[in-house]
Design a binder for this molecule. Structure first.
Ligand SMILES: NC(=O)c1ccc[n+]([C@@H]2O[C@H](COP(=O)([O-])OP(=O)(O)OC[C@H]3O[C@@H](n4cnc5c(N)ncnc54)[C@H](OP(=O)(O)O)[C@@H]3O)[C@@H](O)[C@H]2O)c1
Length: 275
């Protein structure tokens, strides 16, 4: 098989949010719409994608698998096995299959598609604006496969290979679910500012700029670590210092750690349910 990304036919099984984000990123980065194929349970999204992005539509998942070199399975985790079981024989020996499903471990994928080269991939939602973080895990050491995955994901953000399944799942909690956790914190900022008299729209803008500014400053100061950056906003016995002291007394870190662990536990439960 030729592993140059532009020569491969890329298939998306499931045409939901994540497929649409990935397709948009790939097209914006010069992949030919003739090389992108999509199938979906119901036809509505396919029609729209074909009109908006001129991608190729497959009338069944089986047709998609038979047509494509790389199959990205982008259905909800609870729908994945039902989607692939009836067509598992259609997958070719060493065909590349990329699963986006949380809670579906590599050994479960291997059980259902033992003939394929398997990848677990976890993008977070900033992928939608090419600012994503994408973690991936392959089921064996396969440099050519890693190159395909990295080339495929490069237009969507920063791509990182995970060393094992535990690391993959920690990445998923901190960076994919983590995006949701950051929005939760931003909501608290936003509400506090509204309570203190700011117009809703302005409060939202200021909240976003506070998080964005801090992140960009950290990004642009790689030599300074987060603690040093924090100490530069904090004078002894000053205003920021009083707030930080209270955050530490209230054990916000402990509360967040518990939330991360709860999310990890839910992920384990889901893995047990989907076998
Ligand atoms: N969205 C995210 O931020 C995000 C982040 C990381 C990972 N993921 C993962 O990406 C995957 C997709 O998530 P999503 O947010 O894109 O979900 P979504 O918007 O609900 O899309 C899922 C799509 O799968 C289709 N589908 C379901 N069963 C099918 C089948 N048997 N054959 C063909 N198509 C089928 C659905 O079709 P209908 O139109 O008929 O419903 C729907 O269009 C999930 O595994 C999720 O865990 C998502």
């Amino acid at each position: 098989m030729n592993f140059h990304l532009k020569s491969l036919k890329i298939g998306f099984l499931g045409a939901g949010h994540m497929s649409q984000a990935m397709i948009k990123g790939l097209l914006e980065n010069g992949l030919d719409a003739n090389k992108i194929y999509v199938s979906n349970r119901t036809p509505g999204k396919l029609q729209k994608l074909s009109e908006s992005h001129k991608v190729q539509i497959c009338s069944s998942n089986e047709e998609l698998v038979e047509t494509c070199d790389v199959v990205i399975i982008a259905v909800k985790p609870q729908d994945l096995l039902a989607a692939i079981e009836p067509i598992s024989q259609a997958f070719l020996e060493r065909q590349i299959v990329i699963s986006l499903a949380a809670g579906l471990r590599m050994d479960t994928l291997e059980k259902h598609l033992p003939q394929c080269r398997l990848v677990r991939l976890m993008p977070n939602t900033p992928t939608l604006i090419s600012k994503g973080l994408i973690g991936y895990l392959t089921h064996d050491e396969d440099e050519a496969l890693k190159t395909v995955v990295e080339d495929l994901c490069a237009p969507l953000g920063s791509v990182f290979e995970m060393s094992d399944e535990d690391q993959f799942e920690s990445f998923m909690i901190a960076c994919s679910s983590g995006t949701g956790f950051v929005f939760e914190l931003m909501t608290y900022w936003h509400e506090w500012m509204i309570e203190h008299g700011f117009d809703e729209e302005i409060a939202q803008k200021m909240t976003i700029e506070t998080f964005l500014g801090a992140s960009l400053l950290a990004q642009k100061s790689p030599d300074l670590g987060l603690e040093e950056l924090q100490s530069r906003v904090t004078s002894k016995k000053g205003v920021t210092s009083a707030g930080l002291e209270s955050m530490r007394e209230l054990e916000i870190e402990r509360a967040l750690r518990i939330s991360f662990e709860k999310a990890a536990l839910r992920n384990k439960e889901m893995s047990r349910l989907i076998k």
